[in-house]
Write a protein of this length. Structure first.
Length: 476
């Protein structure tokens, strides 16, 4: 028998020995729960049956009271249970919401990952698998009306440099990392071409603008998933000033023009090693033209065969015309050569051919180039400035960032300033900005000014450096 039933059973067992009043009182003192009643009634049927009728009636009455109370209690318990169930539902809903939140967090994480990787993959054009360089003409065909020949040339230069970085990589696989590597190489390598430790920021911004525009077209025509250059920014301008570029001294000029390239090298492809091969192609003329005319590297690179012209009453003066506009030989109408560029508008000028250039065979060289047509490059040498700055100067022992191909122009400037020529003529020879309004109306040297120039240079042909030893090495 359960311990909690024992007192009740004992009390009922003793009722038979009590008076009626005592028995009823004992029943009234019992406070049995419903489950206790069931236990007691099932375990003591004989005891209950032997009770006097008034006692049994009193017991039944008491049990009914207890049952009524128990029913209320049960209802209360059921209500509490219902509350518990309701709370459980709330918990379940909460769990469901938590799980939904977890799912939502997973979705957000997936979206974040997708955002990091880029937008949803779209279907690309079939030719997106081709290398970058094979898309250039297609791009120009789309933008034909919007791009001038000059702009197209600028784009081609930029994209060719980018093509050197990405190689045969499919267009669709070019990413931001490739663009950053491209910019890094431009900063150092292309800067070295111009004798600088790094490229000017303005030039870098121009290259980056071309790349962004090109990939904007590629993205709009489904050749890339997204523009890999859209978030790339050009690095800020360095606060450290570049060392000033200096002119070559007379000793340095002598060392340059005593190098194998000028007096005899091993072969056409081994110009840094002494030998019996006389190189008289564009590489021979680049330094000479720069020193003896003051032309910039970019101006020499763009000279055409037709730019070698005659001036003077009897055509006795030979000049190199740095220009972007030509006249049709028949109609006389102006023809703009948009593929040619100059640094500034006043860079358009005439460069008198120094007499020493003729003595070294310049006119014979020009005749040999005429077979390629009047619009052929006069000096077809690929990236000679970079070769000169990075290899040639080092081979002959001239080092330092302040010395580069541009130093020839500084040497020419000092040479011209040693003359008695007026500052106005000096500015026209150098392609410098005019000092007063009057100079704007006559950019080119006239015949009288050319005569003054040749009078000066013919006074002493050993300046700015003696080159007569190269005449002995001139091919016969």
């Amino acid at each position: 028998m359960a311990a909690w039933c024992y007192p009740a059973c004992c009390a009922l067992d003793e009722i038979g020995m009590m008076t009626l009043e005592q028995g009823i009182k004992t029943i009234d003192d019992l406070d049995l729960l419903l489950d206790e009643q069931v236990v007691v009634l099932s375990m003591m049927p004989d005891v209950l049956a032997s009770l006097p009728q008034p006692v049994r009636i009193a017991l039944v009455k008491r049990l009914k009271v207890i049952n009524a109370a128990t029913a209320q209690e049960i209802q209360q318990i059921q209500t509490e249970a219902l509350l518990v169930v309701t709370e459980t539902e709330s918990i379940r809903n909460a769990v469901r919401h938590i799980r939904h939140a977890e799912d939502q967090a997973a979705v957000l994480a997936a979206l974040a990952t997708m955002e990091a990787r880029g937008p949803s993959r779209k279907t690309l054009a079939e030719d997106s698998a081709l290398p970058l360089l094979q898309h250039i003409e297609t791009c120009f065909a789309w933008k034909d009306a919007a791009l001038s020949l000059k702009t197209q040339k600028s784009y081609r230069t930029t994209l060719a440099l980018l093509g050197d970085v990405v190689g045969d990589k499919p267009m669709r696989d070019i990413d931001q990392k490739d663009v950053l590597v491209f910019l890094d190489r431009l900063l150092v390598a292309d800067g070295a071409k111009h004798g600088k430790s790094r490229l000017d920021r303005d030039t870098l911004v121009k290259h980056l603008s071309h790349v962004k525009s090109f990939f904007t077209w590629a993205e709009s025509t489904n050749r890339v998933y997204e523009n890999p250059a859209s978030k790339v920014q050009a690095p800020p301008e360095r606060t450290v000033e570049e060392p000033p570029r200096l002119e070559f001294s007379k000793i340095q000029l002598e060392k340059i023009f005593d190098a194998p390239l000028f007096v005899g090298c091993q072969s056409k492809n081994r110009i840094h090693r002494p030998g019996s091969y006389l190189c008289r192609d564009a590489r021979f003329w680049y330094p000479l033209v720069a020193l003896l005319t003051g032309a910039r590297l970019g101006e020499i690179e763009q000279l055409l065969v037709r730019d070698v012209q005659s001036r003077g009453p009897n055509g006795e003066y030979t000049v190199l015309a740095v220009k972007t506009v030509y006249r049709d030989p028949i109609s006389g109408e102006k023809i703009k050569r948009e593929q040619k560029t100059v640094k500034k508008p006043f860079s358009i000028r005439l460069l008198p051919v120094h007499p020493m250039m003729k003595r070294l065979g310049f006119m014979e060289y020009v005749e040999s180039m005429k077979v390629h047509g009047p619009d052929a490059p006069l000096f077809p040498a690929n990236r000679f400035g970079r070769t000169f700055n990075e290899f040639f100067l080092e081979h002959i022992g001239i080092t330092g960032e302040q010395y580069s191909f541009h130093s020839f122009r500084h040497s020419y400037k000092s040479y011209i300033r040693s003359s008695s020529l007026k500052a106005e003529i000096e500015n026209r020879l150098m392609g410098h900005k005019p000092k007063d309004i009057g100079e704007f109306y006559a950019r080119e040297l006239d015949d009288g000014e050319l005569a003054l120039y040749y009078k000066f240079v013919n006074t002493d042909l050993s300046k700015p450096v003696d080159l007569t030893h190269l005449i002995d090495f001139r091919p016969r």
